[in-house]
Design a protein around this ligand. Structure first.
Ligand code: NAD
Length: 267
Protein backbone atom coordinates (compact mmCIF):
# COMPACT_ATOMS: atom_id res chain seq x y z
CA UNK A 1 0.00 0.00 0.00
CA UNK A 2 1.85 3.10 -1.16
CA UNK A 3 -0.72 5.85 -1.16
CA UNK A 4 -1.97 5.95 2.42
CA UNK A 5 -3.92 9.21 2.31
CA UNK A 6 -7.61 8.66 3.09
CA UNK A 7 -7.10 4.97 3.91
CA UNK A 8 -8.47 3.56 7.16
CA UNK A 9 -6.26 2.16 9.94
CA UNK A 10 -7.67 -0.10 12.66
CA UNK A 11 -5.17 -0.37 15.52
CA UNK A 12 -5.55 -2.61 18.57
CA UNK A 13 -3.87 -1.48 21.74
CA UNK A 14 -4.26 1.89 20.04
CA UNK A 15 -4.88 3.81 23.27
CA UNK A 16 -1.27 3.73 24.37
CA UNK A 17 2.38 3.20 23.59
CA UNK A 18 3.35 1.66 20.27
CA UNK A 19 -0.27 1.48 19.07
CA UNK A 20 -0.71 5.20 19.67
CA UNK A 21 2.68 5.85 18.02
CA UNK A 22 1.51 3.97 14.92
CA UNK A 23 -1.76 5.93 15.07
CA UNK A 24 0.10 9.25 15.10
CA UNK A 25 2.26 8.19 12.16
CA UNK A 26 -0.89 7.08 10.28
CA UNK A 27 -2.51 10.45 11.02
CA UNK A 28 0.60 12.26 9.73
CA UNK A 29 0.17 10.27 6.51
CA UNK A 30 -3.44 11.44 6.18
CA UNK A 31 -5.05 8.16 7.19
CA UNK A 32 -8.35 7.81 9.06
CA UNK A 33 -8.07 6.18 12.46
CA UNK A 34 -10.02 3.69 14.49
CA UNK A 35 -8.32 3.00 17.81
CA UNK A 36 -9.44 -0.18 19.56
CA UNK A 37 -8.52 -0.95 23.15
CA UNK A 38 -9.82 -2.69 26.25
CA UNK A 39 -9.13 0.42 28.37
CA UNK A 40 -11.97 2.94 27.85
CA UNK A 41 -10.31 5.75 29.86
CA UNK A 42 -7.04 5.40 27.97
CA UNK A 43 -8.97 5.44 24.69
CA UNK A 44 -10.70 8.70 25.60
CA UNK A 45 -7.37 10.22 26.67
CA UNK A 46 -5.70 9.12 23.42
CA UNK A 47 -8.55 10.56 21.39
CA UNK A 48 -8.21 13.88 23.23
CA UNK A 49 -4.41 13.94 22.77
CA UNK A 50 -4.77 13.31 19.05
CA UNK A 51 -7.49 15.98 18.79
CA UNK A 52 -5.16 18.46 20.52
CA UNK A 53 -2.70 17.99 17.64
CA UNK A 54 -5.45 18.33 15.04
CA UNK A 55 -6.11 14.65 14.32
CA UNK A 56 -9.51 12.94 14.58
CA UNK A 57 -9.87 9.31 15.64
CA UNK A 58 -12.82 7.01 16.16
CA UNK A 59 -12.48 4.82 19.23
CA UNK A 60 -13.77 1.34 19.89
CA UNK A 61 -13.77 -0.54 23.17
CA UNK A 62 -12.55 -4.01 22.26
CA UNK A 63 -11.12 -6.92 24.17
CA UNK A 64 -9.14 -8.70 21.46
CA UNK A 65 -9.83 -12.05 23.16
CA UNK A 66 -13.56 -11.69 22.40
CA UNK A 67 -14.52 -13.14 19.01
CA UNK A 68 -18.03 -11.59 18.90
CA UNK A 69 -16.66 -8.18 19.88
CA UNK A 70 -14.25 -8.35 16.93
CA UNK A 71 -17.13 -8.82 14.49
CA UNK A 72 -19.03 -5.92 16.07
CA UNK A 73 -15.94 -3.70 15.81
CA UNK A 74 -15.37 -4.68 12.17
CA UNK A 75 -19.02 -3.93 11.35
CA UNK A 76 -18.74 -0.53 13.04
CA UNK A 77 -15.60 0.28 11.05
CA UNK A 78 -17.55 -0.50 7.87
CA UNK A 79 -20.43 1.72 8.98
CA UNK A 80 -18.17 4.62 9.92
CA UNK A 81 -15.55 4.44 7.19
CA UNK A 82 -16.74 1.94 4.60
CA UNK A 83 -14.02 -0.55 5.58
CA UNK A 84 -10.48 -1.05 6.85
CA UNK A 85 -7.26 -0.96 4.79
CA UNK A 86 -4.67 -1.34 7.53
CA UNK A 87 -5.08 -3.76 10.43
CA UNK A 88 -2.51 -3.43 13.22
CA UNK A 89 -2.69 -6.36 15.62
CA UNK A 90 -0.74 -4.65 18.35
CA UNK A 91 -2.54 -5.14 21.70
CA UNK A 92 -0.42 -7.13 24.09
CA UNK A 93 0.61 -7.71 27.68
CA UNK A 94 3.76 -8.94 29.38
CA UNK A 95 4.03 -11.29 32.33
CA UNK A 96 5.17 -11.65 35.91
CA UNK A 97 8.64 -12.96 35.13
CA UNK A 98 8.02 -16.20 37.03
CA UNK A 99 9.91 -19.30 35.83
CA UNK A 100 7.84 -21.93 33.99
CA UNK A 101 7.42 -24.22 36.99
CA UNK A 102 5.92 -21.39 39.06
CA UNK A 103 3.81 -19.82 36.32
CA UNK A 104 0.06 -19.82 37.00
CA UNK A 105 -1.99 -21.37 34.17
CA UNK A 106 -4.28 -18.31 34.30
CA UNK A 107 -1.33 -16.01 33.53
CA UNK A 108 -0.10 -18.27 30.72
CA UNK A 109 -3.59 -18.35 29.16
CA UNK A 110 -4.16 -14.61 29.51
CA UNK A 111 -0.91 -13.80 27.71
CA UNK A 112 -1.38 -16.34 24.91
CA UNK A 113 -5.06 -15.37 24.50
CA UNK A 114 -4.30 -11.65 24.31
CA UNK A 115 -1.05 -11.59 22.37
CA UNK A 116 -1.59 -14.46 19.96
CA UNK A 117 -5.19 -15.67 19.79
CA UNK A 118 -6.45 -12.07 19.86
CA UNK A 119 -4.50 -11.36 16.68
CA UNK A 120 -5.78 -14.52 15.01
CA UNK A 121 -9.36 -13.45 15.83
CA UNK A 122 -8.70 -10.01 14.37
CA UNK A 123 -7.40 -11.49 11.13
CA UNK A 124 -10.31 -13.90 10.94
CA UNK A 125 -12.78 -11.06 11.35
CA UNK A 126 -11.21 -8.33 9.20
CA UNK A 127 -9.22 -10.09 6.50
CA UNK A 128 -12.24 -11.50 4.57
CA UNK A 129 -13.79 -8.03 4.65
CA UNK A 130 -10.58 -6.46 3.34
CA UNK A 131 -10.43 -9.03 0.54
CA UNK A 132 -14.11 -8.53 -0.37
CA UNK A 133 -13.67 -4.75 -0.53
CA UNK A 134 -11.02 -5.36 -3.19
CA UNK A 135 -9.12 -2.17 -2.39
CA UNK A 136 -5.92 -3.83 -1.18
CA UNK A 137 -4.48 -3.28 2.25
CA UNK A 138 -1.87 -4.26 4.78
CA UNK A 139 -1.60 -6.18 8.05
CA UNK A 140 0.96 -5.31 10.74
CA UNK A 141 1.42 -7.81 13.56
CA UNK A 142 3.35 -6.63 16.61
CA UNK A 143 5.63 -9.42 17.81
CA UNK A 144 8.80 -8.64 19.82
CA UNK A 145 12.54 -9.30 19.76
CA UNK A 146 11.58 -11.78 22.47
CA UNK A 147 10.34 -13.95 19.58
CA UNK A 148 13.97 -14.34 18.47
CA UNK A 149 15.86 -13.84 21.73
CA UNK A 150 13.97 -15.64 24.52
CA UNK A 151 14.81 -14.79 28.13
CA UNK A 152 14.43 -16.66 31.41
CA UNK A 153 11.17 -15.78 33.14
CA UNK A 154 9.51 -14.83 29.87
CA UNK A 155 8.21 -18.21 28.66
CA UNK A 156 4.59 -17.22 28.11
CA UNK A 157 5.48 -13.88 26.54
CA UNK A 158 8.19 -15.16 24.21
CA UNK A 159 6.01 -18.15 23.26
CA UNK A 160 3.20 -15.77 22.32
CA UNK A 161 5.56 -13.56 20.32
CA UNK A 162 7.32 -16.47 18.57
CA UNK A 163 3.79 -17.59 17.69
CA UNK A 164 3.04 -14.13 16.35
CA UNK A 165 6.14 -14.28 14.14
CA UNK A 166 5.20 -17.75 12.84
CA UNK A 167 1.57 -16.69 12.28
CA UNK A 168 2.80 -13.69 10.29
CA UNK A 169 5.16 -15.83 8.19
CA UNK A 170 2.35 -18.26 7.34
CA UNK A 171 0.03 -15.35 6.55
CA UNK A 172 2.60 -13.79 4.25
CA UNK A 173 2.72 -17.02 2.23
CA UNK A 174 -1.08 -17.21 2.11
CA UNK A 175 -1.38 -13.61 0.88
CA UNK A 176 1.43 -13.82 -1.66
CA UNK A 177 0.25 -12.40 -4.96
CA UNK A 178 -2.72 -10.66 -3.35
CA UNK A 179 -3.07 -6.91 -2.89
CA UNK A 180 -2.78 -7.29 0.89
CA UNK A 181 0.71 -6.98 2.34
CA UNK A 182 1.98 -8.23 5.69
CA UNK A 183 4.61 -6.88 8.07
CA UNK A 184 5.75 -8.16 11.41
CA UNK A 185 7.07 -5.64 13.92
CA UNK A 186 9.78 -6.90 16.25
CA UNK A 187 10.56 -4.12 18.73
CA UNK A 188 13.10 -4.17 21.54
CA UNK A 189 12.73 -1.53 24.29
CA UNK A 190 10.15 1.12 23.46
CA UNK A 191 9.10 3.74 26.03
CA UNK A 192 5.54 2.67 26.92
CA UNK A 193 3.26 1.78 29.81
CA UNK A 194 3.53 -1.96 29.03
CA UNK A 195 4.40 -3.01 32.59
CA UNK A 196 1.69 -0.82 34.11
CA UNK A 197 -1.10 -1.88 31.71
CA UNK A 198 -0.07 -5.53 31.98
CA UNK A 199 -0.05 -5.54 35.77
CA UNK A 200 -3.61 -4.17 35.72
CA UNK A 201 -4.67 -7.25 33.77
CA UNK A 202 -2.90 -9.92 35.80
CA UNK A 203 -4.15 -11.42 39.06
CA UNK A 204 -2.84 -9.35 42.04
CA UNK A 205 -0.31 -12.01 43.07
CA UNK A 206 1.05 -12.18 39.50
CA UNK A 207 1.20 -8.40 39.26
CA UNK A 208 3.12 -8.36 42.58
CA UNK A 209 5.54 -10.94 41.21
CA UNK A 210 6.28 -8.51 38.39
CA UNK A 211 8.37 -6.45 40.83
CA UNK A 212 11.16 -8.96 40.09
CA UNK A 213 11.33 -7.34 36.66
CA UNK A 214 12.20 -3.87 37.97
CA UNK A 215 15.41 -3.62 35.92
CA UNK A 216 13.65 -4.55 32.65
CA UNK A 217 10.86 -2.10 33.42
CA UNK A 218 13.35 0.68 34.13
CA UNK A 219 15.19 0.04 30.83
CA UNK A 220 11.93 0.15 28.88
CA UNK A 221 10.51 3.25 30.55
CA UNK A 222 13.71 5.32 30.67
CA UNK A 223 15.87 4.08 27.81
CA UNK A 224 13.23 2.96 25.34
CA UNK A 225 12.69 4.35 21.85
CA UNK A 226 9.90 6.87 21.33
CA UNK A 227 6.68 5.16 20.13
CA UNK A 228 6.21 7.74 17.37
CA UNK A 229 9.60 6.77 15.92
CA UNK A 230 8.43 3.14 15.85
CA UNK A 231 5.18 4.25 14.21
CA UNK A 232 7.09 6.05 11.45
CA UNK A 233 9.24 2.97 10.86
CA UNK A 234 6.06 0.90 10.52
CA UNK A 235 4.59 3.34 7.98
CA UNK A 236 7.80 3.20 5.90
CA UNK A 237 7.60 -0.61 5.92
CA UNK A 238 3.98 -0.52 4.77
CA UNK A 239 4.78 1.85 1.91
CA UNK A 240 7.72 -0.32 0.82
CA UNK A 241 5.86 -3.60 1.51
CA UNK A 242 8.68 -4.81 3.78
CA UNK A 243 7.92 -7.86 5.91
CA UNK A 244 10.32 -7.54 8.85
CA UNK A 245 10.37 -4.32 10.88
CA UNK A 246 13.26 -4.24 13.35
CA UNK A 247 13.48 -1.22 15.63
CA UNK A 248 16.87 -2.17 17.11
CA UNK A 249 19.12 -3.59 14.35
CA UNK A 250 22.04 -3.58 16.81
CA UNK A 251 20.59 -6.85 18.19
CA UNK A 252 21.42 -8.56 14.89
CA UNK A 253 24.63 -10.09 16.27
CA UNK A 254 22.71 -11.92 19.04
CA UNK A 255 20.18 -13.22 16.49
CA UNK A 256 23.02 -14.39 14.25
CA UNK A 257 24.48 -16.29 17.19
CA UNK A 258 21.16 -18.02 17.90
CA UNK A 259 20.58 -19.09 14.30
CA UNK A 260 24.25 -19.95 13.88
CA UNK A 261 23.93 -22.46 16.73
CA UNK A 262 20.93 -24.03 15.00
CA UNK A 263 22.72 -24.29 11.65
CA UNK A 264 25.77 -25.73 13.41
CA UNK A 265 23.58 -28.40 15.06
CA UNK A 266 22.30 -29.41 11.62
CA UNK A 267 25.71 -30.05 10.10
N1 NAD B 1 7.32 -1.52 24.83
C1 NAD B 1 8.19 -2.39 24.40
O1 NAD B 1 9.37 -2.26 24.69
C2 NAD B 1 7.76 -3.56 23.55
C3 NAD B 1 8.76 -4.40 23.04
C4 NAD B 1 8.38 -5.47 22.24
C5 NAD B 1 7.05 -5.67 21.94
N2 NAD B 1 6.09 -4.85 22.48
C6 NAD B 1 4.71 -5.12 22.13
O2 NAD B 1 4.10 -3.93 21.68
C7 NAD B 1 2.69 -4.03 21.84
C8 NAD B 1 2.16 -2.74 22.44
O3 NAD B 1 2.64 -2.62 23.76
P1 NAD B 1 3.19 -1.25 24.36
O4 NAD B 1 4.58 -1.49 24.75
O5 NAD B 1 2.83 -0.14 23.50
O6 NAD B 1 2.37 -1.21 25.74
P2 NAD B 1 1.11 -0.33 26.23
O7 NAD B 1 0.71 -0.95 27.50
O8 NAD B 1 1.47 1.11 26.23
O9 NAD B 1 0.03 -0.59 25.10
C9 NAD B 1 -0.68 -1.80 25.03
C10 NAD B 1 -2.13 -1.50 24.88
O10 NAD B 1 -2.83 -2.74 24.67
C11 NAD B 1 -4.05 -2.66 25.39
N3 NAD B 1 -4.55 -4.02 25.66
C12 NAD B 1 -4.07 -4.92 26.54
N4 NAD B 1 -4.85 -6.02 26.54
C13 NAD B 1 -5.81 -5.82 25.62
C14 NAD B 1 -6.93 -6.58 25.19
N5 NAD B 1 -7.19 -7.80 25.70
N6 NAD B 1 -7.72 -6.08 24.22
C15 NAD B 1 -7.48 -4.83 23.71
N7 NAD B 1 -6.47 -4.06 24.11
C16 NAD B 1 -5.64 -4.54 25.06
C17 NAD B 1 -3.69 -1.92 26.66
O11 NAD B 1 -4.86 -1.37 27.28
C18 NAD B 1 -2.75 -0.85 26.13
O12 NAD B 1 -3.44 0.34 25.78
C19 NAD B 1 2.45 -5.26 22.71
O13 NAD B 1 2.03 -6.33 21.88
C20 NAD B 1 3.82 -5.56 23.28
O14 NAD B 1 3.99 -6.91 23.59
C21 NAD B 1 6.43 -3.81 23.27
Amino acid sequence: MQDLKGRVAFITGGASGIGLGIARACAEAGMKLMLADVDADALAAAQARLAATGYAAAVQILDVRDEAAWDAAAARAETLFGGVHLLCNNAGITGSGRPVEELEPAEWRRIIDTNLTGSFLGLRSLLPRMRRAGQGGHVVNTASMGALLPYAGGASYVASKAGMLALSEALRLELRGSAIGVSVLLPAQVRTRLFETSSQQLAPQDADAMSRRAAARHRLEYEGMEPLEVGRQVLDAIRENRFYVFTHPQLGAAVEQRFGAMIEAMR
